[in-house]
Design a protein around this ligand. Structure first.
Ligand code: CP
Length: 309
């Protein structure tokens, strides 16, 4: 094992070898292979700190940690002493003092996981920080691409939708570029920030142009909760212009792999016929999320001298 990182804060800056080591560990620890024979992290404690809603990430981290034998504690921000003015860092230090060994944190502020990584002794896993990164989502997307396509290098992956507010787009981009894939972006003009070109992504002006030559498409929802705009497009307008419809998928061809990080807005960015169709790996992404999060916990805890990956 060569993994040495104590935290998983983002995919930016990870080397191809590190990402590959994590994906290979996920394959070894995949829930398809049944329960793990051993509980390498028995006795260590994971605390889930979710300050924004989550279904997939929170539950799959809990499942992953329990597969490894960890005790899992879920923190409820709305009923905590944060309501009395306690800071995030004081909250985290108090939880650490109770015996936490790892934090999984989702927060609306970009950089919140980095703060805990700097100022606590726990392993910190970023479960989504603002519009910045969502590294385990990026890893499970890449795992699913590798599983279905047999490789990542040389593929073209389109990411379509609200790129501006998407931490998934950023993590996908860093991870895919590190592994040698080409990334193209498409979405409403004000939701595709120009700085993505500097990160090495190519912009396309329509979804059809994005789909024309790609192997994989990752459809993103419009994050209406972060928009703050007076007139976001109506669901119908959005579907007409940017939605992955059955007709668009047919034109793109039978080899196009369809991903979506969830939660989906059916009939808006993706039609039900596509989401539930044979080219969709959307639920497989969720299963692979358990594998990737199991691997991430095992590797990070081993880097802290706890358990063996
Ligand atoms: N993809 C994702 O992060 O889903 P949740 O918000 O349900 O965790």
């Amino acid at each position: 094992m060569t993994w040495t990182r104590k935290h998983l804060l983002g995919l930016e800056g990870l080397a191809a070898e590190e990402i590959t080591e994590l994906l290979d560990a996920a394959e070894r620890l995949h829930p398809d292979k049944g329960p793990l024979a051993e509980r390498p992290l028995a006795g260590w404690t994971l605390v889930n700190l979710f300050f924004e809603p989550s279904t997939r990430t929170a539950l799959s981290f809990e499942k992953a940690a329990k597969r490894l034998g960890m005790d899992v504690v879920s923190f409820s921000a709305s009923s905590s002493s944060l309501k009395k003015g306690e800071t995030l860092l004081d909250t985290a230090k108090n939880i650490e003092a109770m015996g936490a060994d790892a934090f999984v944190i989702r927060h609306s502020a970009a950089g919140a996981p980095h703060l805990l990584a700097r100022h606590t002794g726990c392993a910190v896993l970023n479960a989504g920080d603002g519009c910045h990164e969502h590294p385990t989502q990026g890893l499970l997307d890449i795992y699913t691409i590798r599983e279905r396509k047999g490789r990542v290098e040389g593929l073209t992956v389109a990411i379509v939708g609200d790129i501006a507010h998407s931490r998934v787009a950023r993590s996908d981009l860093w991870g895919l570029k590190a592994l040698g894939a080409k990334v193209v972006l498409a979405g409403p003009p004000d939701l595709v920030p120009p700085e993505f070109a500097e990160f090495g992504a190519e912009r396309r002006d329509s979804i059809d142009e994005a789909l024309a030559d790609c192997d994989v498409v990752n459809m993103l929802r419009i994050q209406r909760e972060r928009l703050g705009r007076a007139h976001p497009p109506s669901p119908r307008e959005y579907n007409d212009r940017w939605g992955l419809t059955a007709e668009r998928l047919r034109r793109a061809g039978p080899e196009l792999l369809v991903l979506h990080p969830g939660p989906m807005n059916r009939g808006v960015e993706i039609d039900s016929e596509v989401a539930d169709g044979s080219q969709s790996a959307i639920l497989r992404q969720v299963t692979n999320g358990v594998a990737v999060r199991t691997a991430a916990l095992a590797l990070l805890m081993a880097a802290h001298g706890k358990g063996a990956a």
